[in-house]
Design a protein around this ligand. Structure first.
Ligand SMILES: [Ca+2]
Length: 295
């Protein structure tokens, strides 16, 4: 090592280690602000994932190289009566002539934390825009284990191939309200399409446009072969739905594969005009999350 400054090499190595530790600790969280009221994130922590859409590259953390189609982050959108929940939100469009809003974006548990849970909480803030007036129902973000095989799109679940518990929105009522719920493919499903479980407790799942709501979903997979799987729903921290007799699976290899951040207009007709909704403050956790504390 003659002629090499050992102290300098040592310093370079220390710097390289420090950089790699910082990168691995922050994952793809580059440029992203940590949501302050939440506990630390990671596989061993209760909060597994959180985004507040303040980062211009918020999608990196979900493995996407570019912003998903039909989306943009906004902190103002006055023509659609948008008001921020907290800073920027993700605006999702279902364009005229289309079914697709947000597609092909998921939090895959195995990729992100190296294992797949059997129960999980998923919470986000949701606001339907002033132009939201669908003539059919459709899908919202939710919790699934489709594994590219079954549990969506007419691919019937049989207990061994896949399952899903996505969010659901109904046709907009004449007075501008939207019923939400869960749309599930499970082993007891009849026919090719899933079961629609509307959140009707206290009418809390009947949402108005131009208003932010805290939507939280919980899935606990059943003991394989038994009817003891659970889906729960809360709106603004209040119970809006519970079902505790679901048979998602007959085999232990089916687990919670991902949270699917999907927005999709169903039915045979495409959107007659542009529809917009907004989401913010997405959290995936091993424990109940609940609404943000009021400032
Ligand atoms: Ca935000």
């Amino acid at each position: 090592m003659e002629g090499v400054d050992i102290a300098m090499v040592d310093q370079l190595i220390r710097t390289a280690i420090l950089i790699s530790v910082c990168v691995s600790l922050s994952g793809c969280k580059v440029g992203q602000r940590v949501i302050e009221h939440l506990p630390p994130r990671g596989a061993a922590d209760e909060v597994i994932y959180a985004t507040d859409f303040e980062s211009p590259v918020w999608y990196w953390e979900l493995g996407a190289a570019k912003a998903p189609m039909n989306t943009m982050t906004v902190d103002a959108d006055p023509q659609n009566k948008f008001k921020p929940f907290d800073g920027k939100a993700l605006r999702i469009a279902i364009p005229k002539g289309s079914h697709k809003g947000l597609a092909e974006l998921s939090f895959f548990f195995d990729d992100q934390i190296g294992s797949e849970p059997e129960e999980i909480y998923f919470r986000y803030y949701l606001r339907f825009g002033d132009d939201w007036k669908t003539v059919t129902s459709g899908k919202l973000p939710g919790i699934v284990g489709t594994y590219g095989r079954a549990g969506w799109g007419g691919r019937r679940a049989n207990g061994k191939n896949g399952w899903s518990a996505r969010g659901l929105f109904s046709t907009t009522t004449d007075d501008g309200k939207v019923q939400i719920g869960v749309y599930s493919y499970h082993a007891d499903m009849k026919g090719k399409v899933g079961s629609a479980w509307e959140w009707t407790n206290g009418k809390r799942g009947l949402l108005r446009r131009n208003q932010w709501y805290c939507i939280e979903q919980y899935v606990k997979l059943n003991t394989p072969g038994k009817n003891n799987g659970v889906v729960r729903g809360w709106v603004d921290g209040k119970p809006a739905f519970v079902k505790k007799d679901i048979r998602f699976r007959d085999v232990p290899s089916l687990k919670i594969e991902r949270v699917w951040l999907e927005v999709y207009l169903g039915g045979s007709k495409t959107a007659a005009k542009d529809h917009h909704l907004y989401i913010d403050d997405v959290v995936i956790s091993r424990k109940y999350i609940g609404p943000r504390p009021r400032k």
